[in-house]
Write a protein that binds this ligand. Structure first.
Ligand SMILES: Cc1ncc(COP(=O)(O)O)c(C=O)c1O
Length: 331
């Protein structure tokens, strides 16, 4: 399994040996073991704003403190990152989801990946690259992972078979410097001794007998169509003063509503119409951004996406009208 993972990583520009790899029970366990290994109570973790909710929950469970770095459509902004590194010189690591980020769908652009590793070196901080979506690019140019730019072994790369093969197999991995992996192994043993060998054999055999890329290409075709459908529904059914991300892969679209709209309240009304999304605020560890939400296009056929988006659009148009009326009355 580890040899097969090394081969796959080599294809995306990561040179690693089997001793650099630890198989985990999904990448979620890799995140948890990272928290267990590195975080002491009060330690500072620098992350994108917003970031992956279940990583916030893990790091919080080890009593970390978060420092959020602003993003734009090209991912974390490096000037902002440098300011935070200056302000928090003892930060433990930078946590990043560089490809088709959960929740925004945004991707860290090529030059910023290089810059991030240079800044990490300059300020002597580790990078935890959580990259489960990198293989699901359906538009734009391939970009190597942050780990590709790592010349002094400070990037801990985490990935998974969940998004490309089968989430239920619970198969992920960590790729890092051997001295880190030795320590991870001790913590892994205290967590669950080892990752399900049957799941590992199934996946390794699949990789040996079948063409994983062919399978991933099929998924990408499906997601691309669904993403395009959702984006065109946004134009058709949503008010036009709304910002949203245009992903080149992965599963998510991030939506920023006018400030007076609270997406949790919007969700209550949408649920009455049998349609759901994820409110954005919990993805911010410190700040609240009630006017944001995450959409996921991966799971529903096009006709249901169209119907769902129509329903959200109707609720949104109605809510916006009411809020505007209130504003006028106040004035
Ligand atoms: C950014 C990110 N990391 C990690 C995970 C965990 O995935 P798994 O444990 O299934 O590999 C997810 C799942 O949604 C995710 O979005």
């Amino acid at each position: 399994m580890r040899e097969a993972i090394c081969e796959r990583m080599e294809d995306i520009g990561i040179n690693a040996a089997v001793d650099n790899v630890l198989i985990t029970s999904g990448s979620q366990q890799a995140i948890d073991l990272t928290g267990k290994l590195f975080i002491n109570p009060g330690d500072i973790i620098i992350c994108e704003s917003p970031t992956y909710l279940a990583a916030i929950n893990v790091f919080e469970s080890y009593n970390a403190t978060f420092v959020e770095v602003a993003m734009d459509n090209d991912g974390m902004i490096m000037e902002e990152l440098e300011k935070k590194l200056q302000a928090y010189p003892d930060a433990k690591f930078i946590y990043t989801v560089p490809d088709f980020q959960n929740p925004t769908g945004r991707t860290l652009k090529f030059e910023r990946r290089k810059q991030m590793t240079e800044l990490a070196r300059q300020y002597d901080v580790l990078i935890v690259e959580d990259n489960p979506y990198g293989a699901i690019r359906f538009a734009g140019e391939e970009i190597p992972p942050v780990k590709h730019f790592d010349i002094d072994n400070r990037v801990i790369y985490i990935s998974s078979f969940s998004k490309i093969f089968a989430p239920g197999l619970r198969l992920g991995w960590i790729c890092a410097d051997e001295t880190f992996i030795d320590k991870y192994v001790c913590f892994k043993q205290t967590a669950d001794l080892h990752t399900d060998s049957f799941a590992q054999r199934i996946t390794a055999k699949y990789l040996e007998l079948y063409d994983m890329e062919e399978h991933i290409n099929k998924i990408k075709d499906v997601y691309k169509k669904r993403c395009i459908t959702m984006l065109s529904c946004m134009k058709q059914f949503f008010p036009n003063n709304i910002n949203y991300s245009i992903p080149e892969g992965g599963l998510f679209i991030w939506v920023e509503l006018p400030e007076m709209i609270d997406s949790e309240q919007l969700l209550v009304e949408c649920l009455e119409n049998n349609v759901a999304f994820v409110p954005g605020s919990p993805f911010f560890p410190n700040s609240t951004n009630n006017n944001t939400l995450r959409l996921n296009y991966s799971n529903m056929p096009e006709e249901r996406i169209i119907e769902g988006m129509k329903r959200i659009g109707e609720v949104l148009q109605r809510k916006l009208k009411n809020e505007n009326k209130k504003e006028v009355q106040k004035a």
